[in-house]
Design a protein around this ligand. Structure first.
Ligand code: EPU
Length: 419
C-alpha cells in the first residue's frame, strides 16, 4: 500500500491549479446513460473514483475515450447492453448509486447493488428509492440489490425528508426522461448539483430552479449530444487554503470561484491571513499563527462536511478554542484519534469536537480512514515537527489529483512511498 512521507514543518509558496470537481464529474458521467448520443466532457480530473466509474460504465456497454493528459472524456451510451451494477463496483465507490436513476429512465429495468454503510456513517439511500417510487417505479430490495422497474417514469411532486446531494441528482436525472413535470422540493443546492443540471440542459433537458431548494424538470422524449466543462473542485481549493493557514506562506489558487465555496470561504477568512481575489484566482497569505474558528457542517451554502477534517487540522494549531459540529454524517471524526496521536488537544462529545489550539504538533505514523480524513491528516502532518508517515493513501487518491506533487511544488517535503 502506498504511503506519504511528510517532513514538517513546511512553509508553502507558489501557485496551484485546481482540477475538475470529483463530485460534479461523477454524476455528469452517469448522465451520459440517459442519451444514445455523444457526451463530451472537459476538465476531467485523473482520480481513483473517476477511473472506478469509467470501469463501471464500460461494463454497461458505454463507449469511452478518455485522455487524462488533456482532461477530456467522450462517453457514448448508444450501445448500452447491461442494466446490472454489481456489489463489487458499488462497494468500492458509493457514487455508483448515481447510475440508478438514469439507467431506470433509459432502460425501464435495473438492478443496482445497495451500497451499505461506510467509514463516515450509515448513509442510507431511502430518499432515492422513495422519490423513484413516487415517479411510478416498482422497487424491491432483494439479495442486497435494488430491483427497479418502470415502463415509463411519470413526473411527480417529491418532497425529500432531508437534503441529499446524490439523491437530488439521481431524481433529477431520472425526471429528465419521465412523462410530464417533476418537482423536487427540499432539493440540494450544492454547486455540483447545479453543474449537473447545466450539463443536462446542454443535452436538451428542461430544468429550472437548480441552485434553489425547488427544482422543476419537464420530461423530454430524448437527450442529445452535448459538451460540458466540469467546475473546479471547491474542496481541493479549501484544502490547499487550510494547508497555507496551518503552515504559513503565500499561494495563488488559479481558477478559484468564491461563489461555489459557500460559508467555507468566510470561515477560512476568519482564520486570519490576507485574501485577495484577483482576475483568474485568489491570493492567500498567512504570516501569523491562525485564529481558531468554530463551525457546524450543513448543506450548501453552509459549511461543507467535506472540509471539516481539514479545518480541524488548522484549529489544532490555531490560537484559541474551536467547536466543530458535524451535523451531516454520524461518524466523521475518524481523524480525531490520529490527530491526538500528533499531540492535538481535541475532545469529542457526541457530534461536537472541542479543539484547543496548540503551538506545535509532532509527527507520527498515521492511518488514513477515508478521503477527507486523509486530507486533514496531510494538513496536520505538513505543520507538525518531524517525519510523519501516512498509510492507506489510496483514500486520498480517490479525490485529489497528485496531491503529493502539488504540495511538493509549493515547497512541502512530501514523498510518495511505493512498497
Ligand atoms: N441520507 C439519508 N437518506 C438518503 C440520502 C441521504 O438518510 O436517501 C442522509 C445521509 O446519511 C447523510 C445526509 O443524508 O447523513 C446527507 O447525505 P447526502 O445524500 O447528501 O450525501 P451523498 O450524496 O451520499 C455527497 C458527496 C459526499 C458529501 C455529501 C455531503 C458525492 C459523490 N458525494 O454524498 O462527498 O460528503 O454529499 O455534502 O457527491 C467526499 O467527496 O468525500 C464525499 C463523501
Amino acid at each position: 500500500m502506498e504511503k506519504f512521507k511528510v517532513s514538517g514543518p513546511s512553509r508553502l509558496s507558489g501557485e496551484i491549479d485546481l482540477d475538475g470537481a470529483k463530485n460534479a464529474c461523477l454524476p455528469i458521467f452517469c448522465a451520459s446513460l440517459l442519451s444514445s448520443e455523444e457526451l463530451n466532457i472537459f476538465n476531467v480530473p485523473r482520480l481513483g473514483d473517476v477511473q472506478t466509474l469509467l470501469t463501471l460504465l464500460k461494463s454497461l456497454g458505454v463507449e469511452i475515450e478518455v485522455d487524462f493528459e488533456r482532461k477530456t472524456c467522450v462517453l457514448n451510451s448508444k450501445g448500452l447492453c447491461s442494466n446490472i451494477v454489481s456489489y463489487e463496483l458499488v462497494k468500492t465507490m458509493r457514487a455508483s448509486i448515481l447510475t440508478l436513476g438514469p439507467l431506470l429512465a433509459r432502460m425501464g429495468e435495473v438492478k443496482v447493488s445497495l451500497p451499505g454503510g461506510c467509514a463516515i456513517g450509515q448513509r442510507p439511500i431511502d430518499q432515492h428509492i422513495k422519490g423513484l417510487e413516487k415517479m411510478g417505479a416498482d422497487i424491491t430490495l432483494r439479495d442486497g440489490y435494488i430491483d427497479a422497474k418502470a415502463n415509463k417514469l411519470r413526473g411527480a411532486r417529491i418532497v425529500t425528508d432531508l437534503i441529499t446531494v446524490t439523491g437530488t441528482e439521481n431524481l433529477m436525472m431520472a425526471a429528465c426522461l419521465a412523462e410530464g413535470q417533476t418537482v423536487i422540493e427540499n432539493a440540494a443546492r450544492e454547486p455540483e448539483v447545479v453543474d449537473l443540471a447545466c450539463c443536462l440542459k446542454s443535452m436538451g433537458a428542461k430544468i429550472e430552479g437548480e441552485g434553489t431548494d425547488i427544482i422543476r424538470i419537464e420530461g423530454v422524449e430524448k437527450l442529445i449530444a452535448a459538451s460540458h466543462r466540469v467546475i473546479p473542485d471547491r474542496i481541493e481549493a479549501g484544502t490547499f487554503i487550510c494547508a497555507i493557514a496551518a503552515c504559513g506562506g503565500q499561494i495563488f489558487v488559479k481558477n478559484f470561484d468564491r461563489k461555489i465555496m459557500g460559508l467555507a470561504y468566510e470561515k477560512l477568512k476568519s482564520c486570519g491571513g490576507e485574501f485577495l481575489e484577483v482576475n483568474g484566482g485568489l491570493k492567500v497569505k498567512f504570516d501569523q499563527r491562525p485564529t481558531s474558528v468554530s463551525c457546524q457542517t450543513s448543506p450548501f451554502p453552509g459549511f461543507a462536511t467535506d472540509m471539516q477534517a481539514q479545518l480541524m487540522a488548522v484549529n489544532a494549531v490555531s490560537d484559541g478554542i474551536a467547536l466543530i459540529d458535524e451535523s451531516i454524517f454520524e461518524n466523521r471524526f475518524m481523524h480525531v484519534s490520529e490527530m491526538q496521536r500528533m499531540g492535538a488537544d481535541i475532545k469529542v462529545k457526541g457530534r461536537t469536537a472541542i479543539v484547543q489550539g496548540k503551538k506545535r504538533l509532532s509527527a507520527a505514523k498515521l492511518m488514513a480512514t477515508d478521503l477527507r480524513a486523509s486530507a486533514g491528516l496531510v494538513v496536520a502532518a505538513l505543520v507538525a515537527d518531524g517525519e510523519s508517515l501516512i498509510d492507506r493513501i489510496y483514500h486520498l487518491d480517490r479525490g485529489y489529483v497528485n496531491m503529493d506533487i502539488k504540495l511538493a511544488e509549493l515547497g512541502a517535503n512530501v514523498v510518495r512511498i511505493r512498497e
